[in-house]
Design a protein around this ligand. Structure first.
Ligand SMILES: Cc1cc2nc3c(=O)[nH]c(=O)nc-3n(C[C@H](O)[C@H](O)[C@H](O)COP(=O)(O)O)c2cc1C
Length: 239
């Protein structure tokens, strides 16, 4: 009976720890929206689109005057909540996610203001999570947007490099995303990773996918059959 109870507990733990990804983005002229559509076809993720509370603004009018004013306000007082434009409430529980991919338009070399509003509020709740950044700009380089992301998510564990997709490359986004996911080794975080049999696993405990503990030292690891395993209840590994 005790054994059955123990394996039930472990099975629940195994289900609860499967890595989950959230994609959060803002898009004014829908380039990032197209990028996120392409991304969603390649990874399993929940998706949230940030919407400014004030509707119908033309951020591009008068040589991008409104967008420019919003970015200036943040640059001048980045630690003041009042510098960030209001956004619609976002219904998301960040504790559910291990990885967050941010889709950001570039405005005046910075991250678009409404997305900064979201991260100003929630970035501190993303500490220790894997963070991926995809930036869309007409031509400007993305280091300012990366700086904003790191300022707003100070304890984020960022994938490197970020992915930069120029507006003119939007139609090629699927191929660029696919390459990027390989470069950052996205699969090793969410899914399957090879584990070497000579690896020192003293600090790990390995469970079968049904929850039975099958190895906790290098010797027992070497004796494992090829297959999928859960390590420390955190990741699924393939031997
Ligand atoms: C307010 C504003 C400011 C922008 N500033 C720049 C800029 O400084 N450099 C640049 O290359 N593109 C700039 N852009 C263009 C956007 O980065 C680009 O069109 C991007 O693809 C927009 O993404 P979206 O369609 O998802 O909104 C700006 C766009 C807006 C609306």
């Amino acid at each position: 009976m005790k054994r059955i109870l123990l394996s039930l507990v472990l099975i629940v733990a195994a289900i609860a720890i499967q890595a989950k990804t959230l994609v959060v983005y803002y898009s004014y002229t829908n380039n990032v929206d197209d990028i996120v559509t392409a991304l969603s076809k390649q990874i399993d993720a929940d998706v949230v689109r940030i919407q400014p509370a004030e509707k119908g603004l033309n951020y591009a009018a008068n040589n991008y005057a409104i967008g420019s004013a919003l970015i200036s306000a943040i640059r001048n007082n980045p630690n003041d909540a009042a510098s960030y434009p209001a956004i619609d409430p976002v219904n998301v529980n960040l504790a559910d996610y291990d990885c967050i991919i941010i889709g950001a338009p570039l405005w005046w070399s910075n991250m678009a203001a409404p997305l900064q509003s979201f991260l100003f509020k929630y970035g501190k709740d993303m500490s220790g999570k894997r963070i991926g950044l995809i930036v869309s700009s007409a031509s400007s380089g993305i280091s300012g947007v990366e700086g904003d992301a790191k300022r707003l998510i100070p304890e984020g564990d960022f994938f490197s490099p970020s992915l930069w997709i120029r507006s003119s490359q939007t139609s090629n986004a699927a191929a660029m995303i696919s390459e990027w996911l390989k470069t950052i080794d996205y699969d090793s975080m969410t899914g399957v990773e090879e584990i070497r049999t000579d690896q020192n696993i003293g600090k790990y405990t390995i469970f079968s996918v049904s929850g039975a503990m099958v190895a906790k030292d290098a010797l027992s690891l070497q004796n494992l059959e090829k297959g999928l395993y859960i390590v420390n209840g955190k990741k699924i590994y393939k031997k």
